[in-house]
Design a protein around this ligand. Structure first.
Ligand code: UFG
Length: 335
């Protein structure tokens, strides 16, 4: 008899915590497995079992899978900074590749055969055509993308040989915050453009645009921002599909709206009613000029319907969280 609980690695992190909330709303039993090196204790308090542990600890993971009646895994635990991955690839290979293989070993030992996992648009590198479909060639230009692609490429082999069925989710730019205001983005340091632009509007930090000499309409990079709550919903749909017997798959997740850094600034100014002071800087290493998704496949297969598609709505939820949490989760807002 297959277990019924869902183990969420990295469940105390940004996307993981939103997925935990979505699973709980579906009435699923959740076991959060996190080493709290980057995650936060607050977002996962209540309603689920929390185990402090590292994904490299195969024996511990195996024990947790068995003792908590786990039947499926959502795997979010990973390092995520493109720039850092260029400077410190070893950390990325150890955590994102070796750590994930350790999780797979535990799943096989614990007889858990359903997996939904985080991948990234960074597997594509500089796109040859847009919007980017799942069939687009994968040619990462940084170690982060390489580590995620290495795992993606292992998946069909684990499926064939061990019956481990999986759905890999290639996020474009995860953004926004829980519309209920319970959860948000709290990275240290914060590297992402929306929270940084918000901090600039609030006078908390300075902001620099990383290059305006790209071959795009306004010269800044184009990205595809997708709301974290919509990503969380997609994970729940993917798990449902696996449990119904769907074959292994990979999906691109974005809104298909190419949005420039200047568009982000405009949205922050609209939402906040404040100016975003900025300076113009050089290009950031490893940044493709244009990345936006076709999500037609997940819309067709899993009937994914994003609820927060336009950039103003996405920024609005991020703004509300960040304005009220200047120090992230260490500000316990009493409501
Ligand atoms: N940017 C700025 N100023 C900043 C921060 C970012 O101009 O202070 C620009 C970046 O150069 C880029 C855009 O804003 O053009 C978005 O940058 P983010 O750092 O917010 O996001 P990335 O597109 O670099 O990264 C995201 C995910 C990664 C994923 C990558 C795929 O966070 O996990 O997309 O390329 F790998």
């Amino acid at each position: 008899m297959m277990g019924s609980a869902v183990l969420v690695t990295g469940g105390a992190g940004y996307i993981g915590s939103h997925a935990v909330k979505a699973l709980r709303q579906r009435g699923r039993q959740v076991v959060v497995y996190d080493n709290f090196s980057a995650g936060h204790r607050l977002p996962v308090s209540g309603g689920c079992t929390v185990v402090e542990g590292d994904i490299h600890d195969t024996a511990r993971l195996t024990d947790v899978l068995r003792s908590h009646d786990v039947g499926a895994v959502m795997h979010f635990a990973a390092w995520l900074s493109v720039g850092e991955s260029v400077r410190e690839p070893a950390r990325y290979y150890h955590n994102n590749v070796a750590g994930t293989l350790s999780l797979f070993d535990a799943m096989l030992a614990g007889d858990v055969r359903h997996l939904v996992l985080s991948s990234t648009a960074a597997v594509f590198g500089n796109p040859e055509e847009t919007p980017i479909t799942e069939q687009h060639p994968t040619k990462p230009i940084n170690a982060y993308g390489e580590t995620k692609l290495a795992i993606e490429r292992a998946l069909p082999h684990y499926d064939r040989a061990y019956g481990l069925r999986s759905i890999a989710m290639r996020y474009f730019n995860a953004a926004g915050a829980d519309p209920d205001g319970e959860l948000g983005e709290d990275h240290d340091p914060e590297i992402h453009v929306i929270p940084r632009a918000i901090d600039a509007a609030l006078g908390r930090a300075s902001f620099q645009i990383f290059g305006d000499d790209y071959d795009t309409a306004d010269g800044t990079c184009l990205r595809d921002y997708v709301h974290v709550t919509d990503l969380a919903a997609a994970h729940v749909l993917a798990l449902d599909a696996l449990e119904r017997g769907a074959p292994s798959s990979v999906y691109n997740l974005g809104n298909g709206q190419p949005t420039s850094v200047r568009d982000v600034i405009d949205a922050v100014e609209r939402v906040s009613g404040r100016k975003v002071p900025y300076t113009m800087g050089p290009r950031r290493e490893g940044d493709p000029a244009v990345l936006y998704a076709s999500s037609a496949r997940i819309k067709r297969d899993l009937e994914w319907r994003p609820q927060f598609e336009d950039i103003s709505t996405i920024v609005e939820t991020a703004w509300r969280w960040r304005e009220t949490h200047p120090h992230g989760y260490s500000d316990k807002v009493l409501r």
